[in-house]
Ligand binder design. Structure first.
Ligand SMILES: [Zn+2]
Length: 187
């Protein structure tokens, strides 16, 4: 496998990632301005899937309230960003598990690190460590779960690789007639 082929694959994957992230980044930039300061505190755009913007809200009441206004918001967003969103869905789902709402300690002391062991405070560490480890594992699981779900949702609209039957970005099929992973195996 030549370096050129590897670079080609990485290049395509990176461009796809950028293309998928960009519209949401644009929305995030002007979201506060579009919904207003108060609503901005209770909402957070999560993703854009098939031209539908998904927004997490702090409560069901906020979801309902903003659903009534979504046509106006939609018009404003499309006009300002020259994108073509077809709808906005508001839901409390994803609000609590949001990374921004998780309060991380601004300064982590060595003794707060899960792998920290101090002979003088062995009893303390024994109590603190399992908690720290569980939290780390939970955070990792949540993050992975969100990522897997996102990929899965995105993958549903993708054509299948004829070789391994995995959902494959059209750009890869155009280039290799198979997915990037199968292409890499053959090179
Ligand atoms: Zn494949």
């Amino acid at each position: 496998m030549s370096f050129e082929s590897v670079n080609d694959i990485l290049d395509i994957l990176q461009k796809q990632a950028q293309w998928q992230e960009q519209p949401l980044q644009l929305v995030l930039k002007i979201w506060a301005e579009v919904v207003g300061v108060v609503a901005n505190k209770h909402t957070r755009p999560l993703s854009i899937q098939r031209d539908v913007l998904w927004v997490a809200t702090s409560s069901a009441a906020w979801a309902q309230n903003l659903t009534f206004k979504r046509q106006t918001l939609l018009l404003t967003l499309n006009e300002k960003l020259s994108i073509c969103l077809v709808d906005i869905r508001f839901s409390t789902a994803g609000w609590k598990s949001s990374p921004e709402k998780v309060k991380l300690p601004t300064k982590v002391l060595p003794s707060q690190h899960p792998s920290y062991v101090d002979d003088a405070t062995t009893s303390k560490s024994a109590i603190a460590s399992p908690h720290a480890n569980n939290t780390d594992i939970n955070n990792a699981n949540t993050a992975f779960g969100r990522w897997a779900k996102l990929i899965q949702t995105r993958s549903q609209s993708l054509p299948l690789c004829p070789q391994c039957q995995s959902p494959t970005p059209p750009g890869e099929l155009q280039r290799w007639q198979i997915c990037a992973f199968c292409a890499a195996k053959q090179l």
